[in-house]
Design a protein around this ligand. Structure first.
Ligand code: HXC
Length: 519
């Protein structure tokens, strides 16, 4: 072969590799409304930035007839490229090759990009579309999965890891995405479950469809396994690009502050009117968030799950921040098991990647009742407490209205190392609400009264006294638990200024192997 032929051979091999499992299977992928592994990478990365590794890797299995069938690349496209000019590593499973199933060689390709991402300190994005372990390979593919899991675990908190699920993801395969920071699922074309509908039917007799067992709605609303569901793959891939705007490349870097055309000292007049006169009426915390952040842009995470708490990313004066906010519009913003888990995970996500946290508080307390107690609200609530208490990033807390009992302490209180704790004049910071307090303190006296109207009048009078005495921010401010009471319309200005002041904040936890967060 002369030099020209050798180059031609290389070009031919590349063309062959790029065809994956062949035209017919590519057509069938498109017919399902799905992109191929390579098309997905093209949408995800900056144009022309993708550098592929291991295009010529093939499986080494000689079992079950597979020895005569082999494809260049072996079912996963791996490499690196850029998003907004910053390096990211990618693996994209190719369903056209043995259903994207994972062989030993396939796993090695993924491990290679993960190892290099750790050395370079850059995010890893995994696009999942796979029939699971390559059945012909057996235990080698199980070992391959475990190699990936171990790397996911080591990379956790070091580099951002984002998973897109654009097809099947079942069995043990679900655990790689589950170990990453964010899971995005496409509606109708993706599913995740540990055991599928057939096994569920055999073992438990349950008759359930794939969609109802592990579709995108199930995991974004019921289980909370996935953080986002998207209508199209494009939407999911662009979402990954957006998410990375708020994150640094790794845990040793800071997120990038961008130039902001929204004035940091913009006065937010509508906020002075937002809290209803009646403290039992709701309002939409999302209005507050949109009012104070740069250009009303808020990237909500876990939007459909535990709606009584809101978490997500925004920028203030160009500085990326994480926001945790009770939502009075849903279950009065109460803290329950799911809300505690959702917020705890987000607080830790922000903390490991140096994203400051703004907490907006309007919480009546923890949700009472046997279902919450039996479900372990104590342990789950403790997770959120632990996450806040352990976090060393700048922590700014604004109490808008209610902040009662244990929930007050949990929501980034001063004593959990809150750096700046502000309250609006409408804040009510106390051990409990007036009704509950009067029942405890005056219950015996009230029931001793003979006439119902006297009982009601006495209770109302006492509740009024209690409210006037305690339902305000000044008790807490008197002790320095609140650093200042601020006019609501100045909130953006005060937070932006605080973020600038806290930019050089340093705080450390005592040396230890790791904490024992109540999991
Ligand atoms: C080898 C596989 C495969 C697999 C699919 N294929 N899954 N090859 N190993 N696990 C091949 C098919 O033979 C077919 O090849 C092609 O991929 C496309 O598959 P279809 O069945 O035609 O596609 P579709 O109808 O869309 O169904 C997709 C599917 C189904 C639902 C994923 O293929 C399926 O149920 N696969 C098996 C899933 C499974 O049980 N996996 C092992 C789970 S155990 P041709 O040549 O016809 O194109 C596991 C353990 C992991 O994963 C543990 C980790 C710790």
């Amino acid at each position: 072969m002369n030099k020209t032929d050798k180059i031609k051979q290389l070009i031919d091999l590349r063309v062959q590799a790029k065809l994956g499992g062949g035209e017919k299977r590519i057509d069938s992928q498109h017919a399902k409304g799905k992109y191929t592994a390579r098309e997905r990478i093209e949408i995800l990365l900056d144009e022309g930035s993708f550098e592929e590794f291991d295009m010529f890797v093939q499986h080494r299995c000689n079992d079950f007839g597979i020895e005569s069938e082999s494809y260049l690349g072996d079912g996963v496209v791996t490499g690196y490229g850029t998003i907004d000019g910053r390096i990211v590593y990618v693996f994209s499973q190719d369903f056209t090759v043995f259903g994207g199933s994972l062989s030993e060689s396939f796993a090695k390709k993924i491990c290679k990009v993960m190892d290099q991402a750790m050395k370079v300190g850059a995010p890893v994005i995994g696009i999942n579309d796979s029939g699971g372990a390559r059945i012909q390979e057996g235990v080698q593919s199980l070992a391959g999965y475990a190699e990936i899991f171990q790397r996911n675990i080591m990379a956790s908190g070091v580099i951002p890891q984002i998973s897109a699920i654009f097809g099947p993801c079942a069995g043990g395969a679900v655990y790689s995405p589950a170990l990453t920071d964010i899971i995005i699922m496409s509606e109708k074309t993706s599913y995740m479950f540990v055991t599928g509908p057939k096994v569920a039917k055999t073992v438990t007799g349950e008759n359930i469809s794939t969609e109802d067992l592990g579709g995108a709605s199930v995991h974004t609303e019921k289980s909370g396994v996935a953080h986002f569901r998207v209508e199209s793959e494009e939407e999911g891939l662009l979402l990954i690009r957006k998410l990375l705007e708020y994150l640094p490349q790794n845990n040793l870097e800071e997120p990038i502050t961008t130039i902001c055309d929204d004035p940091f000292d913009r006065i937010c007049d509508p906020l002075n009117e937002i809290i209803p006169e009646n403290p039992n009426l709701p309002y939409d915390m999302m209005d507050v968030i949109h009012e104070i952040v740069d250009r009303e842009e808020f990237l909500e995470i876990h939007r459909h799950y535990a709606k009584n708490i809101i978490v997500g990313f925004a920028k203030m004066s160009g500085q990326p921040i994480g926001i945790v906010a009770n939502q009075p519009n849903y279950l009065a913003g109460v803290l329950d098991i799911n809300a505690s888990r959702k917020a705890a995970r987000f607080v830790r996500f922000c903390d490991c990647f140096n994203v400051p946290i703004l907490t907006l508080v309007d919480v009546p307390g923890f949700l009472p009742g046997s279902s919450q107690e039996y479900g372990g609200i104590i342990t789950h609530g403790a997770k959120l407490m632990f996450a806040y208490g352990e976090a060393t990033v700048p922590k700014i807390t604004i109490t808008l209205r209610k902040s009662y009992g244990g929930a007050h302490d949990v929501m980034s209180s001063k004593q959990l190392r809150g750096d700046l704790n502000y309250a609006w004049p409408s804040a009510e910071i106390a051990v409990m609400g007036a009704k509950g307090a009067i029942e405890v303190l005056e219950g015996r006296k009230i029931s001793a009264l003979e006439r119902e109207e006297d009982r009601l009048a006495y209770a109302a009078q006492k509740e009024k006294e209690y409210t006037e005495r305690f339902a305000n921010p000044y008790q807490a401010a008197k002790f320095g638990f609140i650093d200042d009471v601020i006019e609501p319309r100045n909130t953006r200005f005060r937070v932006c200024r605080a973020l600038k002041m806290l930019a050089t904040k340093k705080d450390v936890n005592p040396p230890k192997k790791h904490s024992n967060i109540p999991l």
